[in-house]
Design a protein around this ligand. Sequence first.
Ligand code: ZN
Length: 72
Amino acid sequence: MILEAEPGKVYVDRDTGEPLEVVGKLVPVAPSQSKLPWTPETLRFCPWCQQLSQIDLNDCPTCGRRMGPPDQ
Ligand SMILES: [Zn+2]
């Protein structure tokens, strides 16, 4: 899940009521040619554990399972 967050605020999952854990920060892509790899275009969700990982990885860094080719 991707949402806007303010520092110090606690966000709760709408479905489960569980507090959300920040797993990554997204940065704006335009207008600068940022060198930072963490943009929405370079991330995807692991189909097994639903955690964000980099899109070019074959194995999930969180659960270690094979994610297969990215959806494009
Ligand atoms: Zn995973």
